[in-house]
Design a protein around this ligand. Structure first.
Ligand code: ME8
Length: 533
């Protein structure tokens, strides 16, 4: 079985999770669920980044040790991901021994090979992001953090350096030769533009003098406890450390690292060069999506407009976790443009695509099967009608398109294939009017066969649609399968999409339960957004 390794950033534990963190992890989750459904063996990783200076500061403000503060917030991240039904295979915390041991080994290896050396470093430091910026970037942003707007600080440190400069040419060639290495294309062009504009990559500091505010927090440099490994270097290694074990090694290299544009440089430039120095194959793709904004403005603490965990809980409680996932995936910033989180839009999408879409179509078809066929899947045999609706081909094309889209991480494109099938089923019902046909059966018994064929095609097409919906709305599709007497796909026993989606999976005679209520109840657009905001 082919292997697929997917990752999210590991998130800082100075604060609680918000929609941005939940978004990237949901993107990773949906991509992972599609890949499992396609029959690949998936390892999906998320976790927390704990050795940042801002974790120490936040802990102090709360009268706790950094470890206590990290424990508390790491638990919040886990809870947020459980709330959203995230199917990660592991959760890495950089404070764990399994990670620390391996980071020490990687650094030692880089030192042995001469890729890490000691020297002085002076540069513009962004304390809010824990990173040094190049002179060009610092100047461009008016010597303020391009992310948070806080003033940059000029710092000089005795440091260990990584020879980034030595890998520049190889990196450029790799980016040029592999169009999918940095996605989407706009981001790739940005990285290429910056690489070309810079006077050449400078070597980067990978350590911090321990006195520099970090205290005892962070991983000490091998054989030099006076220095601690710079949090970003420590963090990037998580992707390797987690699978650098006997039974997970084959997952390397990752199929994709998912992240947002704020941290693309680290992932598309620094990380691959470190991997080259370690002699490791490079990730196939680094996928950097855009940002969630709110009502047209950047989400930030000072504006108080974050969609935070409490707001997310409110949405999940009122509309279901499936509905929240669906909105993130279909209306989020997966491409290169930012996406607005607006309540009115959420309700509109929920009603039109979930309640009135897959929810209504499955109820409508199940109700007619209940009424006209005693709740048993009718037998379509021997009836040929509406040849222009070649349902097996229509479904096959939708499945193929969904696979192609999901493989290139166009998750909305993949789920849109399911939405498209539902629309076609609705259109087919309006065209064939089975409810009118049912009234003619008494006079014309042949109409019964036609009715059976129409409803069978509708139900079977919806079954195929449900498979394509499942990675995004797994709870609702699980409910549907139970009602319709279908087993949930079990990829481990060879249930791949290609096999499951083959026409005819719904067996005539199977009992269909129409359920107490539709899969998604219609929402009231006039109701205020779930708080607290
Ligand atoms: O950068 N819209 O952690 P972090 C969309 N620890 N996504 C957003 C977002 C928004 N408004 N805000 C945040 C770090 N994100 C490092 C990463 S990885 C080796 C180390 C998401 O807690 C997005 O994925 O600041 C972004 O890249 C990430 O959160 C930053 O999380």
């Amino acid at each position: 079985m082919s292997k697929c390794y997917l990752t999210t950033p590991i998130y800082y534990v100075n604060d609680r999770p918000h929609i941005g963190h939940c978004y990237t992890t949901t993107v990773g989750d949906v991509a992972a669920r599609y890949q499992r459904l396609f029959g690949r063996e998936v390892f999906f990783l998320t976790g927390t980044d704990e050795h940042a200076e801002k974790v120490v500061t936040a802990a102090q403000e709360h009268g706790l040790t950094p470890a206590q503060w990290a424990d508390r917030n790491a638990a919040e991240f886990r809870a947020a991901f459980a709330l959203l039904n995230i199917s990660n295979d592991d959760f890495i915390r950089t404070s764990q021994a399994r990670h620390i041991e391996r980071v020490l080994r990687y650094i030692a290896k880089l030192q042995e090979h001469g890729d890490v050396y000691q020297g002085d470093y002076t540069g513009w430091y962004d304390t809010s992001q824990d990173e040094y910026l190049t002179e060009t970037v610092a100047k461009e942003s008016g010597f303020n953090s391009p992310v948070t707007g806080r003033p940059l600080v000029k710092r000089t440190e005795k440091n260990y350096f990584f020879k980034l400069s030595a890998y520049q040419d190889r990196l450029r060639k790799h980016i040029a030769d592999n169009p999918d290495f940095i996605m989407p294309e706009a981001r790739r062009n940005e990285v290429i533009g910056r690489l070309d504009a810079e006077e050449g990559l400078r070597d980067i500091p990978i350590s911090r003098a321990s006195g520099g505010g970090v205290g005892g927090w962070g991983i000490p440099m091998p054989a030099d406890p006076g220095h601690r490994i710079y949090v970003w270097i420590d963090a990037l290694f998580n992707y390797l450390s987690v699978v650098d074990t006997e039974n997970r090694r084959e997952f390397w290299p990752p199929s994709a690292h998912f992240l947002a544009k704020d941290i693309l440089w680290f992932h598309a430039v620094v990380w691959p060069c470190m991997l080259m120095a370690l002699g490791e194959p490079l990730p196939r793709s680094v996928y950097a999506h855009a940002y969630w904004v709110r009502d047209g403005r950047k989400m930030s603490k000072s504006l108080g407009n974050f969609v935070d965990l409490d707001v997310i809980r409110g949405y999940v409680a009122r509309y279901s976790r499936d509905a929240f996932r669906y909105f993130l995936i279909t209306h989020g910033p997966l491409g290169s443009t930012d996406a607005d989180f607006a309540h009115a839009k959420f309700v509109e999408v929920y009603n039109s695509e979930l309640a009135n879409g897959i929810g209504n179509a499955t109820s409508r078809v199940a109700n007619m099967i209940a009424k006209y066929f005693d709740g048993r899947v009718p037998d379509p045999a021997g009836v040929e009608r509406h040849r222009e609706h070649d349902w097996p081909s229509i479904c096959r094309a939708a499945v193929e398109a969904a696979i192609a889209r999901a493989d290139s991480f166009d998750l909305r494109g993949a789920v849109d294939q399911a939405v498209g099938l539902v629309r076609r089923v609705d259109g087919y019902i309006n065209l064939t009017e089975p409810f009118k046909l049912a009234k003619t059966i008494e006079k014309n018994p042949a109409a019964k066969g036609e009715l059976a064929a129409i409803l069978y095609h509708c139900a079977e097409a919806l079954r195929v649609a449900s498979l394509l919906f499942a990675p995004v709305i797994p709870d609702a599709m699980g409910t549907l399968w139970k009602r319709w007497g279908l087993a949930a796909p079990d990829p481990a026993s060879g249930d791949t999409l290609a096999r499951l989606a083959a026409w005819g999976g719904l067996k005539p005679g199977t009992a269909i339960d129409k359920g107490e209520a539709g899969l998604f109840m219609r929402a009231d657009p006039a109701e205020a957004a779930p708080g607290p905001a």
